[in-house]
Design a binder for this molecule. Sequence first.
Ligand SMILES: CSC[C@@H](O)[C@@H](O)C(=O)COP(=O)(O)O
Ligand SMILES: [Zn+2]
Length: 211
Amino acid sequence: MSVPDLRLELMANAEHFYKQGWMAGTAGNLSARLPDGSFWITASGKSKGNLNLTDFVKITPDGIVESLSNDLKPSAETAIHQTIYKIFPEAQACYHVHSIEANLVSRFVEGDTLLLPPLEMLKGFNIWQENLNITLSIFPNHFDVSQIAREIKECFQLAPPQIPALLIRDHGVTVWADSTEKARNFIELIEYLFRYIVAASQTGVKINPYV
Ligand SMILES: CSC[C@@H](O)[C@@H](O)C(=O)COP(=O)(O)O
Ligand SMILES: [Zn+2]
């Protein structure tokens, strides 16, 4: 039986996110791991609304770029995907999108953690506790992407995140999961939580009554 090409999943998910307005103007990047530990990642600067099979670059476990053409460069944020796959061996897909709500909520706090609302939606991240006090790490949006990747590694090696997601201030969210399907769900869940936080701030509702 032939194995389905993971690029087809990435193309479908990118189109879905693009239609939500989360990958406008070439924003965002998606990757998925292959059984040999290499991963497909979207090539840099491509519109994510209508990707082709040729709009991807393969990165080997040693970090070698295997490009299908000289015109293709790997995503400018490949270092973040590599870091996530290194720290979390169970991760099989890593998705990064830019939504307006992610950027707004990243400005709601000055520190490096965002308190999440204790909503039922958190069960989608396999969190089954009452009186939830779940936070999301926020990283500065350094011009040098490898610096962002280093800070992610340092932070998560000290303390693993409570949910498989991270936010880069004024930039966007990144999630990872053990399948492309779950990574897509995680993007939808976290973006729902961001929308809730924005709406709560407009209506005066406390984000988390347990804190
Ligand atoms: C709208 S440009 C955004 C980029 O600078 C970057 O943040 C991004 O997400 C997409 O970069 P790419 O190199 O296409 O993967
Ligand atoms: Zn980005």
